[in-house]
Design a protein around this ligand. Sequence first.
Ligand code: HEC
Ligand code: HEC
Length: 504
Amino acid sequence: MASPITGLLQCDSVTADEDPHDGFDVAAAVLADATADDAADDEPEEVPLELLFEGEVPTARTFALQRLSLEQLGKFVFFDEISVPKGRQGCASCHDPATGWTLRNATVNTGQVAAPGALLGAVGSIKTPSNAYARNIPLQEACAPSQLPCGGLFWDGRAEGDDTPVFGGATTHIGDEVFKGRASLENLFARYLGPLADQATQPFPNPAEQNISEQEVCKHVAKSLYSLLYLLAWGEKIDCSASGFTVSFKRIAVALAAWQSSAEVNSFSSKRDKALAAEIKLEGADVAFPLAGLTDQENRGHDLFYGKAGCALCHDNSPTVPPPDPTTSEGLAAIRRLGLEPDQLYTDAVFHNIGVPENPLIPGPEGSLGLGGRRLEDENLRGQHKTPTLRNVDKRPSKSFVKAYTHNGWFKSLESLVHFYNTADVTGATAAGFGITRCDPSESWTEAQALAANCWPEPEETGTLAIGGFFGDLALSDAEEDAIVAYLKTLTDTKTVKPPLLLQ
Ligand code: HEC
Ligand code: HEC
């Protein structure tokens, strides 16, 4: 049987020349001693990192081990159910890898959409987005070339991750206090500070989520089987005393950011990624769509996504504005050279209002103001939500499993959402061609009711619509809508992260 230590560190994010298992047993023996007593009640005990690693001056291998320990600590915390009541909820309860890192509860997705919290009866008020591929989201600043507000995490970007927040932050900000003046830690881990680390401080104390205090989170980790990883990463035992828990809690959040930045969470293992990699191998710099590894329909979907349907105006890290004209041969050739970045995330990280109807089934205050909720006096921000990544939008545990889409989960299928993009402008020719009208505004409508009546309800927020010019009257045929959906389905990762063995 593998020792628990090697079990802990099984991970594909370390390259062969940085094998963390080398020389690890000695360190493990030292640490077994160091963690034998109950860390929670003790004074913090700093262990010089050199001592942990056989008295050598830290080497590249030491650093790789430290970073791996931080990532793996984050992984354990992500899957552990750290909540009040005990064992009821962890990050993975809402961000399930097999469901594209969103809620694995089809009943909730079909009904109230918002995830139930650990506490019986507690519930959120917005749809759970994917937490994967969030690592490259920029700080919230005016973004070139659009100069629109962008970045930060959450649908309204309030986890800004910045020392000088543009919209006033609104979440705890983690700065270099977590390094306690140690340059080696700062050199290694500063890269993980930012929106992801700030975001990770939020779900624990939230009464509608894990409902547990920062100090209790610290104590939980101190007593866990994996607390050794904290010591390996940070070079000292976790300190949960009244004066120490704040920094320890922040260090746990940094670990969550490190794991969410890892190759495990961001595997880039979809059909599109594989087809592209294969083509790059063959063609080098000449690579262009269609890709041999995709079907004709999927390739056609790509061309529509970057051309006629204009999806890439927002679902692209650096949109081409205006999109090339697909009706000319040069335009089509240009479209076929778009979307070839191996690390494409399918989001501009900008805030837009695509006119999602109000969801009568979601709890909480009427409608979500998105970015507008952060600066109530600014009418231009109302209803603007951050463009989500499209990676894993179709990943689900079984074919018939129902997911919910957009910030309030009004949409239940990619088919209906693409149909909406095509026809949302009920005064347009495309809507007329499909016989679509405006649903009676004096009633509230679920997606099922609207589809049955062949109408679209009014948008939740009307003043700031991106509709018109961007979408809503796209003149796509049924077959073209299907091709776009087929393309979206190529963005599903083939790898699915499993919880660590010790927690299963
Ligand atoms: C009860 C369900 C629930 C739990 C538990 C939960 N989340 Fe979330 N998560 C959400 C919801 C809902 C949002 C969106 C909230 C908003 O935008 O206001 C979100 C947003 C996020 C985002 C931002 C994604 C983006 O692109 O903006 C990340 C990252 C994330 N969660 C990570 C985590 C981590 C790490 C944990 C554990 C510490 C966690 N979540 C626990 C439901 C949950
Ligand atoms: C004007 C920018 C813009 C354009 C153009 C656009 N989108 Fe979006 N998309 C967004 C925003 C913003 C959201 C989130 C809106 C919300 O929740 O209110 C979104 C949401 C989505 C979602 C739901 C993802 C989830 O996790 O819930 C999918 C799928 C999607 N878009 C696909 C497309 C496709 C396909 C096209 C082209 C037909 C397209 N989008 C065109 C900005 C855009």
